[in-house]
Write a protein that binds this ligand. Sequence first.
Ligand code: ADP
Ligand code: MG
Length: 328
Amino acid sequence: MKYNFFPPIIILIFLASCTMKPKVYDDTRLIMDTLVEVKLSGVPKKIAGRGVEVVFNEFNRVDRLMSRFKPRSAVSGFNNRFEATLKVDPELYNLLKQADEVSRVSGGAFDVTLEPVITLYNFDETKKVIPGRRKLDEALKYVGYQKIRYGADNTLFVAEPKLRIDLGGIAKGYALKRAARLLERAGIGNFLINAGGDIVVRGLKTDGSPWLLGIRNPRGLGIIGKLRVTDTAVVTSGDYERFFFYQGRRYHHILDPKTGRPAPLCRSVTVIYPDPAAADAYATAIFILGPEEGMKLVQSVKGLEALIIAQDGTITKSKGFKYEAQQT
Ligand code: ADP
Ligand code: MG
């Protein structure tokens, strides 16, 4: 039902393109706890209106599937399983497999099974909660991406009954990937989708130039540089997104699976990579690994580029990460 107006869109765009002047159409909505902004360039208003709805619907669909807070989601189904062997939703199976790949290349820095540790903290509420060493160690016993085994036909084997997953480090990127695919299938080829700083772009702006993005200064209001991109994803993980201060220390939401504590080495990591889901996971992984180990990971994955701002403010970037630095 949801997508049955796609074929008309393609025809309408074709017809309309000779009669209407192209403009950038812009709309924003709050989904997955995030401001999701869609910019469509060179699309007539009526079709653009439907296009943005497609994006918002897709974000809502991915949220219903991948949120651990929604009792009927595929993720909740997994977390509340009764058996060690279970068949899961094919999209969940594939996304977990993709997460598993990033876990392996990052030596376990990225790990979706960190849920028992994540729930010990409280980053969203005004009440600050910092778990102690003993609690963290207890929760870490149930953590480990290697504890999930992948069988044929969307079947998973999980020997640890207390293993639970949280896809907060990859789900937004996955929603971007699916939404971008739907727009392309609808014949819309020039767009930008921004989910709270995680961005996918296709084609060009109305004036024929690449999309222009700013890399935020993690300790200020301005930007540290500008980026011109097309047909890729640009994803940032930062310690300034969800955090609180306690006794002069910053506690943020990207946790190191080795310790269960906020990863201390970076302020922010921005990656460029064609697949938005992988980009999302890599940004989180590199953030945890830090500049040195993180850059080694970047060099081991073809097409992956990154700019890392270390905890002391030092900027390191891979060779292919082209940007215009800006004084702040
Ligand atoms: P954001 O969601 O702000 O863009 P990230 O993509 O870096 O930031 O994801 C952070 C989220 O990922 C956390 O809120 C948590 O749900 C989850 N997470 C935290 N630490 C890890 C980790 N080491 N591996 C995988 N996911 C993590
Ligand atoms: Mg991420």
